[in-house]
Ligand binder design. Sequence first.
Ligand SMILES: Cc1ncc(COP(=O)(O)O)c(C=O)c1O
Length: 447
Amino acid sequence: MTERTNDLAAFWLPFTPNRQFRSNPRLLSGAAGMYYQTPEGRRILDATAGLWCVNAGHCRPSIVAALQRQAAQLDYAPPFQFAHPPAFALATRLAALAPGDLDHVFFCNSGSEAVDSALKIAIAWHQQRGEAGRTRLIGRERAYHGVGFGGVSVGGMVNNRRSFGPLLTGVDHLPHTYSRGRQAFTKGEPKWGAHLAEDLERIVALHDASTIAAVIVEPMAGSTGVLPPPAGYLQRLREICTSHGILLIFDEVITGFGRLGAAFAAERFSVTPDMICFAKGVSNAAAPLGGVIVRQPIYDAFMKGPEHMIELMHGYTYSAHPLGVAAAHAALDLYQEENLFARAAALEPVWADAIHTLRDAPLVEDIRTIGLAAGVDLAPLPDAPGKRGFDAMRAAFHDQDMMVRVSGDTIALSPPLILSEEEIDEITRRMRAMLNRLAESFCEGER
Ligand SMILES: Cc1ncc(COP(=O)(O)O)c(C=O)c1O
């Protein structure tokens, strides 16, 4: 073994320009509530709940205590052929939170695994029912469904797709729902765009319903820059899926656990899908956990055949890991005790009004808000798509002590649901200061 100095090179960072990062790292060493802390002791206002996941704020003592207790009592239990009791209790709680007869939970560790699990369950379910021809999957342009081959295949973000070969075959995509011309500066669901769901009929006509297993959408597209669904769009998708026997999967990895002011976006929009993918906020991100909640008839279709036979040949070593489960119980307790989903709903208009004041800030081309989320599109730099967003994220961190997330030239804001009205103002103020600086330095560069 050779001695190596830690020059920050050995860790290949995900979704990060590694060489730039090493030259000026953004390191985090602590966190509490709405704030991160850097190794040099700066307090960073967290305007993104980590990665859309720390919905109850950081290092909440009850979650910390639950993790400590669990680690000391049962570190690990294999989920194949064995189980630990809190996992059943958690599944029961999640089923109670989900609408309708979404009553059974398949656990995994991440959003990507949740999506791939849901896609596999969909195809396998049709096979169970004697419709083995239904294998085609329908995603949507500009969708993000994680990084597994299934999720990338149904996803619609070109940069995530183009380096990885042909991906899954038999996948089609609905059009995305964003039109700046018709929707600019909307709060909540844009009025224009419900008709885009009709494109599913075109895809059905092209391939025939008998070949289609499932449609998967994020109720609100998050990672592509916060695209709320047009009013009526999800309802229409539901109707078309039902009429053709196609399963509808909501990927609620971001929208679950309060982001849109309800336990799930399905509840907010009054549309019940056949499966819900979740992760992130379920455990407040204190330990990895994800999963798929499925409707009763889907589960029932698998529960047949000889009783000693495994019904679904799928699972992960860390499905329902005791630490993830413990964190999730404690997080759900906090959401309930502090009424955080209702709090997000109550703050939505305050948040929307504050963020929309940035309409006249330099470089801003569009703003979309829904729940406690916002997408702020910045004017791209000529010939350098994504550079403006990247500069904005760095300027927010280094100059404004604030964490924001960017997707291309769009800033995505998604603060913990515990934030105060003062902190909403603070996020807005720091955003404006950052945009002013960014615009000034661009003008200086031009001189
Ligand atoms: C809608 C959606 N699906 C899936 C994922 C992937 O989750 P993970 O990074 O936990 O695999 C994400 C992550 O942001 C997401 O936003």
